[in-house]
Design a protein around this ligand. Structure first.
Ligand SMILES: NC(=O)c1ccc[n+]([C@@H]2O[C@H](COP(=O)([O-])OP(=O)(O)OC[C@H]3O[C@@H](n4cnc5c(N)ncnc54)[C@H](O)[C@@H]3O)[C@@H](O)[C@H]2O)c1
Length: 248
């Protein structure tokens, strides 16, 4: 779907979905700003329209600096895509430490607070903006042993809905995408300790998708493109399942 040129910030830009989202948005002629802890995977995407920042999105001061730089340079920030995240290895709750719980909540939820708080003033000034957060179908169709991850993704969806109603008077739309299992390096990290990763992918993840294959990161990129575009100008507070029917 073609979208008008926008200035879009993407977190988790170096990840499997992040890279696909960057590529898609650049191909559509947008100016894209990518943030990640690890940016080496992005070398091949080099373009004048792409800026990469090697930052920890939990560092609020650095995030604020980056967003201010982007606004000063382009005079606008049209879109924010929260595509970062970490996985949890399937673990019974009694073996999950409080540190692991806190780590998942920090990266998967607190980061959303930091980036959204940073971007909203720039969107309010122009009375226009779109925020898309990648959560997970596991928030509504859980698997055993992923309780902290699932809770973080449920929080991500609720946070988006809360912001959708808060920000609607400012013409800022806020939506969530729930991907099904997708073939990025994250997928193998959901496997229980000691289990065979490739076999789990086939026997558990592919089997769980009614359409019969893993979600490709480009499937997510297309959905992000739609939610950022004017074609979605009356879409806010919703959750788009891009999961091959996994949530059914
Ligand atoms: N892969 C799947 O099966 C799947 C399914 C459902 C939802 N998701 C969600 O989709 C999103 C993207 O996942 P992915 O599959 O591309 O995973 P990925 O592991 O390939 O990418 C995640 C990226 O986030 C970055 N990141 C993590 N913590 C960060 C921090 N503090 N600051 C900056 N960057 C940080 C990592 O460096 C990594 O590049 C995540 O929110 C994930 O939970 C993934």
């Amino acid at each position: 779907m073609a979208i008008e040129q926008q200035v879009v910030i993407v977190t988790g830009a170096g990840g499997g979905m992040g890279q696909a989202i960057l590529k898609y948005l650049l191909e559509q002629g947008n100016i894209v700003v990518g943030l990640d802890l690890s940016v080496t995977s992005l070398a091949s995407l080099y373009s004048d329209a792409l800026q990469i920042y090697n930052v920890n999105v939990l560092d609020e001061d650095k995030v604020n600096d980056v967003f201010r730089n982007v606004y000063d340079k382009y005079g606008r920030i049209d879109g924010l895509v929260n595509a970062l995240g970490i996985a949890q290895a399937a673990t019974p709750i009694e073996d999950v430490s409080i540190d692991e719980w806190n780590r998942l909540m920090d990266v998967n939820v607190k980061s959303l607070f930091i980036t959204t708080k940073a971007v909203v003033p720039y969107m309010k000034v122009r009375k226009k903006g779109a925020i898309v957060t990648i959560a997970s179908i596991s928030a509504v169709r859980p698997r055993p042993g992923l309780q902290a991850y699932i809770a973080s993704k449920g929080a991500a969806e609720s946070f988006s809905r809360g912001l959708a109603i808060e920000l609607a008077p400012h013409q800022i739309r806020v939506n969530t995408i729930h991907p099904g299992p997708s073939d990025t390096q994250m997928l193998s990290q959901f496997t229980a300790a000691g289990a065979n990763v490739e076999q789990t992918k086939q026997d558990v993840f592919v089997q769980s998708v009614p359409l019969g294959r893993l979600v490709d990161p480009t499937d997510i990129a297309g959905a992000v493109g739609y939610l950022l575009s004017d074609a979605a100008s009356m879409v806010t507070g919703t959750t788009l399942h891009v999961d091959g029917g996994r949530g059914l």
